[in-house]
Write a protein that binds this ligand. Structure first.
Ligand SMILES: Nc1ncnc2c1ncn2[C@@H]1O[C@H](COP(=O)(O)OP(=O)(O)OP(=O)(O)O)[C@@H](O)[C@H]1O
Length: 294
């Protein structure tokens, strides 16, 4: 299990993580989401042990990550901007990483590169941004880490490469019990792929839940009336988002689906439809609600 407890991280005077906590079971995939600058990369760097936290503790399977090379070699961070540690090509990179990762698997690396149509002898300087990310993600997976952290996962990858790497990640999760934390701004890349989603906002994890759990609590409702809608109609509901266009309302409500439906039927709408929210709708609604409360 990964345990991030009460972590604070400051850059100069800017506090990025503020008493941040996170728990993740082994063998699961967590989607870490948040606005630009929320601190997702910072949290991943802290979890990998690449940078220290100012307060708090981070442990993997009960052992502290920081200053413990034997724990760090079980964790791989695929950074947003690929870093190749002064190696020139894939072959050199895998040789370099093998010095730190006893579980390095050059056979898997070669297989993945073959599937991705990448040449391990081609200099990185001639690679596109997407090719660099493909290669580094493949290298990370080929280390057979217990915990893989992928910043901006699948960002800039073509659908073919995304499918191969997504498939490999899922296979290692099932076969090896690998644990993953993935960040992305393309929430559709994370939706239905992660076991849980955590929203990092203002230095803290606001929510950590499965999509199913979130969808059971937040319901998207479309309503239509034969008369213009009074915005006060929803004043007794827990509203996350409300859009009214004369006789039509689109609203995201917190509550039990059946109970909400019964309460809304009492308004005698001419149309009432309840839907599951997408991850993107949930993300936007939660941030909008937080802005309104501020
Ligand atoms: N090395 C650094 N020195 C100073 N400030 C930093 C450093 N790295 C990040 N920051 C600041 O910390 C905050 C969080 O940055 P971080 O990159 O962790 O956010 P993020 O959620 O990953 O953002 P994005 O989604 O845009 O990649 C930002 O305000 C950023 O300017």
């Amino acid at each position: 299990m990964l345990r991030v407890q009460n972590c604070c991280k400051r850059y100069d005077r800017q506090t990025v993580l503020e008493h941040c906590g996170l728990e993740q079971s082994s063998g699961t995939i967590l989607g870490l989401i948040g606005i630009n600058g929320a601190g997702k990369s910072t949290l991943l760097h802290c979890v990998s042990g690449a940078i220290p936290v100012d307060e708090g503790t981070i442990t993997w399977k009960g052992q502290p990550v920081l200053n413990h090379p034997e724990v760090k070699q079980k964790i791989f961070l695929v950074q947003d901007e690929p870093v190749f540690s002064s190696t020139e090509n894939g072959r050199e990179l895998i040789a370099y990483l093998s010095l730190f990762y006893p579980t390095a698997d050059s056979v898997l690396f070669d297989e993945l590169l073959k599937e991705l149509n990448l040449d391990s002898t081609q200099p990185f300087s001639t690679f596109s941004k997407g090719m660099k990310r493909q290669l580094l993600t493949a290298a990370g997976l080929a280390m057979h880490p217990q915990l893989i952290l992928i910043d901006e996962v699948f960002d800039g990858l073509d659908p073919f490469a995304r499918r191969i790497l997504q498939g490999q990640l899922a296979a290692q999760t099932i076969d090896e019990g690998m644990t993953s934390i993935l960040t992305s701004h393309r929430l559709q890349d994370l939706e239905n792929f992660c076991d849980e989603y955590a929203l990092l906002d203002q230095g803290k994890i606001l929510h950590q839940n499965s999509l199913l759990q979130i969808q059971q609590e937040l319901i998207k409702v479309h309503l239509a009336f034969d008369h213009p809608i009074d915005p006060d109609l929803f004043q007794d509901f827990d509203v996350l988002k409300l859009e009214i266009h004369s006789r039509i309302a689109q609203v995201i409500l917190r509550g039990n689906r059946e109970e909400l439906e019964k309460r809304l039927q009492k308004f005698h709408p001419v149309m009432l439809e309840l839907f599951d929210c997408s991850l993107e709708e949930i993300f936007l609604a939660q941030l909008q609600k937080r802005e309104e409360m501020a």
